[in-house]
Design a protein around this ligand. Structure first.
Ligand SMILES: Nc1ncnc2c1ncn2[C@@H]1O[C@H](COP(=O)(O)OP(=O)(O)OP(=O)(O)O)[C@@H](O)[C@H]1O
Length: 238
C-alpha cells in the first residue's frame, strides 16, 4: 500500500498555545486510521491543519505525492481530501439539498453533481426524504449524516471525520460506525477522531494516540487496544 498522506513534524500554534508540537503521521491508501487522545490533546487542530483550516506553523503535508503545505482549503477539496468537522456544523437555515450542494462547490459538471448527490441519498435514504427540509429541523443523528454527506459530495479519496459519533444515541452511533465500514468498501480512506475508543479501534486498521500535542503511541488497532499508553493518555488529560 502506498502512502496517500504523509505528515512530517507538523506544528499548530494559536498565538501562545502550542496545540500540535511536531507530529508525524502516515495514511496509506484504503486504510482507516483512528486518531485518539483526551480532550485538548490536539486531534481537531491536526485535522483542521490538514485541510488548511488551522495554522500549520511548521512541518510538511504531502497528499497524493504533492506538497500541499500551506495550501488554501479549496485546493485540498479539489485534490480529494475533505473534513467532516466536529459539532456537525450544518447550515440550519438552508435545506438538506442546499447543504449538500455546499459540499460540491468545486464541481462544475451537473451530471457529476447529480451522481455525487444520488450516492449520498443512497447511503442516507432519510436525507432523500427530507431533502427540502431546513437542516436545523433534523435530529442530531440526521445532522451528522448530512455533515458526512456534505463531505462526501466532493468524492474524497481521503475523508477526515472529527468525532462523528459525538452526542448521538447508542443506536445511531452504531450506524455511524457501520457507515465507516460501508465507505471503506467503496474505497474511501479515512482518518477518524473519536472519543469512543473501543468502537474506533474495532473499525480502524491502525491508530495514533495524541497527548499534549504529541504522538504518545502508534500501532495497529490490536496493539493499541492492549497499550498502557492508550489508557494513560486518557487518564492524563491536560
Ligand atoms: N482556535 C483556537 N484558539 C486557541 N486555542 C485553541 C484553538 N483551538 C484549539 N485550541 C487549543 O489547542 C489545544 C488542542 O485543542 P484541540 O481542539 O485540537 O484538541 P482535541 O484533541 O481535538 O480536543 P477536543 O476533543 O476537546 O476537541 C487545546 O489546548 C485548545 O484549548
Amino acid at each position: 500500500m502506498s502512502a496517500l498522506l504523509t505528515v512530517q513534524s507538523l506544528q499548530v500554534q494559536y498565538g501562545a498555545v502550542n496545540a500540535v508540537r511536531g507530529i508525524d503521521l502516515e495514511v496509506r491508501e484504503g486504510e482507516i486510521i483512528a486518531l485518539l487522545g483526551a480532550n485538548g490533546a490536539g486531534k481537531s487542530s491536526t485535522l483542521n491543519a490538514l485541510v488548511g483550516l488551522a495554522p500549520a506553523s511548521a512541518g510538511t503535508i504531502t497528499f497524493r505525492g504533492q506538497d500541499v503545505t500551506g495550501s488554501a482549503s479549496e485546493r485540498f477539496a479539489s485534490l480529494g481530501m475533505t473534513l467532516s468537522p466536529e459539532g456537525r456544523r450544518v447550515f440550519g437555515t438552508l435545506s438538506v439539498q442546499e447543504n449538500l450542494l455546499m459540499g460540491a462547490y468545486s464541481m462544475r459538471d451537473k451530471v457529476e453533481i447529480k451522481t455525487a448527490w444520488e450516492r449520498v441519498f443512497d447511503l442516507f435514504p432519510i436525507l432523500r426524504e427530507r431533502r427540502e427540509q431546513f437542516a436545523g429541523t433534523l435530529s442530531g443523528g440526521q445532522q451528522q449524516m448530512l455533515a458526512v454527506g456534505r463531505a462526501l459530495m466532493s468524492n474524497p479519496r481521503l475523508l477526515l471525520l472529527d468525532e462523528p459519533s459525538l452526542g448521538l444515541a447508542p443506536k445511531i452511533v452504531e450506524q455511524v460506525f457501520e457507515l465507516i465500514t460501508v465507505l471503506r468498501k467503496q474505497g474511501v480512506t479515512m482518518v477518524v477522531v473519536e472519543q469512543n475508543v473501543s468502537m474506533a479501534l474495532e473499525v480502524a486498521d491502525r491508530g495514533y494516540v495524541m497527548a499534549s500535542g504529541r504522538i504518545a503511541a502508534s500501532g495497529t488497532a490490536v496493539e493499541l487496544r492492549n497499550s498502557d499508553t492508550l489508557q494513560a493518555a486518557y487518564l492524563g488529560a491536560d
